[in-house]
Design a protein around this ligand. Structure first.
Ligand code: NOJ
Length: 534
């Protein structure tokens, strides 16, 4: 592992990257939705967290049927978020604060409002305009070309007026692009160049494993099983899930790697280093390594931790596998416990446990992603069905509750909702009970999650980043603990049900209440993590 002082060290290897969901971050104009000037005005807050970079979920022109992941013009800003000048200002200001900027790129699909799709509808079957998407005739009985189910529920095909169907792995407003058509690749390279010129330092690639499709005209033997296996909220026997996920005809096909090899050349053609992180949920996890071979992308998200229980032996296997697998190709792991698509860690694991997980992960080799509000320990908000906007809620008639609970706006200050997020009505209601969780309150409270994150990120840079002596404590698991040493510092997490006594000479940081060292010992309570010197 190279260290920050060596010339081959790249900023992202051990970066902490803060994910901003623009619609929910800060509203500067009172319309109830966050926007780019709002983000710019809060960059000081972000920089003070001690993170290295921001990643912004999409803010491009979009009818917003899927939170902006339905892009109608990838090289423009949606008016709800501002304009291109606001984007440029936001990026420049972030750089002034020493923050790198990653933007989202959504290559699996466009919005049905994109000019290409409108042209495809107008041009009709067999046209070059339709060849940019996956348009096919109906089967003889009039049904869709195959039986695939959309990841948001319902058929993955929608019929247009002339009888042809188009493929959409997600919402019907998100037609999948045909990556066998060179025009598609050329257009995405133009988008990459556009945002690099605007100052972006890298890209988060949406559905990175989905661009190449196989057997488009063949029915799947168990479409419902496959659709359930792809949903993290559906429980399924592990072997059944693994069998179904082993060969998804639309994910992780060999063809995607050709695309990323060619993108890598494009990234490397710029004067400044440009990085890319793949959102690719692949099975078996070993396949993920292929995305970060030296001539492909720089990082791949590790999604295991988004669903993993708070259990030392399960966590050991996940983390160790990731560290070991990536060594093969010299890539650095990524760690994340929350994002805009999954239940928030504080709800899923419990608030102490979420803090403990964060502290534990911050010491590991690799890069950490922190989703806005995670630093505040925000839970998922309870929402009325009438407030929900997620297409997966709408397409399953409410059977899937969707992801809105994790997308509720940030509580900034004050005693009453919407806690300074907007002077208007927030697009999703902010729970009254978040009063104690505001940035303002947590800044004053030395025991808060926010103060823990700030301390941890400052100390991470001091004790861990760039050190190459990571070592598991192999005896810890027998005591219900997960432990390692790195940079001369010990890191332990207690997932058991009773306290454990550890030998220590000095406590550096503990995840919940302060722990003190007495007679060379410390007590690590259940659901807690700690950094200390032995
Ligand atoms: C993954 C994104 O994170 C999610 O929010 C979106 O709905 C799908 N990709 C489709 O773009």
């Amino acid at each position: 592992m190279s260290s920050p002082s060596t010339t081959d060290y790249k900023w992202w290897q051990e970066a902490v990257i803060y994910q901003i969901y623009p619609r929910s971050f800060f509203d500067s104009n009172g319309d109830g939705e966050g926007d780019l000037p709002g983000i710019t005005s809060k960059l000081e807050y972000v920089a003070a967290l001690g993170v290295d970079s921001i990643w912004l979920s999409p803010f491009y022109t979009s009818p917003n049927k899927d939170g902006g992941y339905d892009v109608a013009d990838p090289r423009d800003v949606d008016p709800r978020f501002g304009n291109l000048a606001d984007a440029k200002l936001m990026i420049d200001k972030a750089h002034e604060f020493g923050l790198k900027v990653l933007v989202d790129i959504v290559p699996n699909h466009f919005s049905s409002e994109h000019t290409w799709f409108k042209a495809a509808l107008a041009a009709g079957p067999g046209s070059k305009e339709r060849a940019r998407f996956h348009f096919y005739d109906a089967k003889e009985d009039g049904t869709p070309p195959n039986n695939w189910i959309s990841l948001f529920g319902g058929p993955a095909w929608t019929q247009v007026a002339d009888g042809q169907y188009y493929l959409h792995l997600f919402d019907s407003s998100q037609p999948d692009l045909n990556w066998e058509n060179p025009e598609v690749d050329a257009d995405f390279k133009a988008t990459i160049s556009f945002w690099v010129k605007m100052g972006a330092d890298g890209f988060r690639i949406d559905v990175a494993h989905g661009l190449a499709k196989e057997n488009i005209l063949t029915d799947h033997h168990d479409p419902k099983g496959l659709s359930d296996a792809l949903r993290i909220d559906v429980d399924m026997e592990v072997s059944k899930r693994e069998a179904l996920l082993a060969s998804v005809p639309f994910f992780d096909r060999a063809g995607v790697h050709e695309i990323y090899r060619s993108w890598r050349k494009h990234f490397d053609s710029f004067d400044q280093p440009i990085m890319a992180v793949a959102e690719a949920w692949v099975h078996p996890p070993e396949n993920g390594v292929r995305y970060v071979r030296p001539d492909e992308l720089h990082q791949i998200f590790n999604f295991d931790l988004l669903i993993a229980p708070f259990d030392a032996s399960i966590l050991f296997n996940l983390i160790n596998n990731s560290l070991e697998m990536l060594k093969e190709v010299g890539a650095y792991p990524t760690w994340a416990i929350s994002n805009h698509d999954s239940p928030r860690a504080a709800s899923r694991l419990g608030s102490n446990e979420a803090r403990a997980m964060a502290l534990f992960l911050f010491g590991l080799p690799g890069s950490c992603y922190v989703y806005n509000g995670q630093e505040l320990g925000l839970p998922d908000a309870e929402l009325a069905d009438s407030d929900r906007q997620d297409p997966s809620f709408l397409r399953t008639n409410g059977e899937t509750k969707g992801r809105d609970g994790a997308r509720v706006p940030m509580p900034w200050a004050g005693e009453v909702t919407p806690f300074g997020f907007t002077s208007g009505k927030p697009w999703l209601p902010i729970p009254k009970v978040w009063k104690d969780l505001t940035v303002e309150n947590q800044t004053k409270n030395l025991e808060s999650s926010l103060v823990l994150y700030k301390n941890a990120l400052a100390l991470r840079a001091k004790f861990f980043t760039g050190t190459s002596d990571f070592k598991w404590d192999s005896s810890a698991l027998q005591r219900g603990l997960l432990g390692y040493t790195r940079g001369g510092t010990s890191v332990y997490l207690n997932s058991g049900i009773s306290s454990v006594i550890l030998k220590a000479s000095q406590v550096i940081l503990s995840s919940t209440e302060q722990v003190t060292c007495t007679n060379g010992e410390i007590e690590l309570k259940p659901g807690r993590a700690i950094w200390f010197k032995q």
